[in-house]
Design a protein around this ligand. Structure first.
Ligand SMILES: Nc1ncnc2c1ncn2[C@@H]1O[C@H](COP(=O)(O)OP(=O)(O)O)[C@@H](O)[C@H]1O
Ligand SMILES: [Mg+2]
Length: 269
């Protein structure tokens, strides 16, 4: 597969394309993308997962997948019931850190126009952190239903989340809502501990005039599952965090169905 735009009408059979973004790295964007995709699948949806983090693709490790035969690289790889594509699957292009801006944009275009995604209800796209070339290309190339902003409760994360929100607004991409990850921790005593002070995501959503989609707790098993190639929603499908993801997926299906059809209040940021 060569980087650059192709001409396979790859997105025609995709009902909703949802980009998962954040201002900061490390807030759990890839984790949320993977688990949300699985939660949507558990709700009976046909789901694809595109790893647009060209510099640091996470999906091969999170989903337990290695490099694939380039002959079949125009098709997403099926795992855990999802159709997945990542630059990390292509053996000779895995040197993401060496790519320059224009190449990043080309690879995002490649994934959108050369991969046979087939019939999907949702294509979830894991964006790199920040407001760079990948985001720009994506918003300008793909008919996005909308973007989701992931933040953690700390101010440093919230400040950058506002930047991401403003970028999507500038690019005229609808914002489906805000998710607060690592909101709280439930101890063995059953008590809820708000380690980073919770509520920032809710406040951000209210001040920006967008939906608040939900909170996700801290669970140390999230990282273990991510490193072991099976996201927590699949591995521990009865856990409280899996339940939170299923609720989140319901909120997102609702927001996607209404996207572009309702006018949320405009609030200056
Ligand atoms: N709710 C959570 N509880 C515990 N660890 C989490 C949670 N969400 C994410 N993590 C961990 O935080 C780290 C960063 O997450 P990642 O999804 O790679 O972030 P990003 O894609 O935003 O850079 C990973 O080690 C991940 O396992
Ligand atoms: Mg990531």
């Amino acid at each position: 597969m060569q980087p650059g735009p192709g001409n396979i009408p790859t997105l025609e059979g995709v009902r909703h394309i949802i980009a998962v973004g954040s201002g900061k790295g490390g807030v759990g964007k890839s984790t949320v993308s993977a688990n949300l995709a699985l939660a949507l699948h558990m709700h009976g949806q046909r789901v694809g997962l595109m790893d647009a983090d060209i510099y640091g693709p996470s999906m091969p490790m999170m989903m337990g997948l290695g490099p694939v035969d380039p002959q079949i690289a125009n098709f997403p790889i099926e795992k855990h019931g999802l159709k997945i594509m990542s630059l990390g699957f292509l053996p000779d292009t895995g040197k993401g850190v060496l790519l320059r801006g224009p190449m990043v944009a080309k690879w995002v275009a490649t994934f959108l126009t050369q991969i046979n995604w087939g019939e999907l209800d949702y294509l979830v796209i894991d964006l790199p952190p920040g407001t760079g070339d990948a985001q720009l290309t994506l918003c300008q190339t793909a008919p996005l239903t909308g973007a989701i902003i992931v933040t953690t409760p700390q101010d440093v994360s919230l400040i950058d989340a506002v930047k991401a929100l403003n970028m999507f607004r500038q690019l005229k991409t609808p914002i489906l809502g805000v998710i607060e990850n690592m909101s709280y921790f439930v101890g063995d005593d059953g008590k809820r501990y708000e380690i980073f002070r919770h509520g920032g995501g809710l406040k951000l959503a209210a001040e920006s005039g967008v939906r608040f989609l939900g909170n996700l707790p801290i669970d140390p098993r999230v990282a273990e599952c991510g490193d072991a190639g099976e996201p927590i929603v699949s591995k521990f499908s009865d856990s409280p965090i899996a339940k939170s993801y299923l609720e989140l997926a319901t909120a997102i299906m609702d927001a996607a169905a209404k996207a572009g059809k309702e006018k949320l209040p405009e609030v200056a940021l």
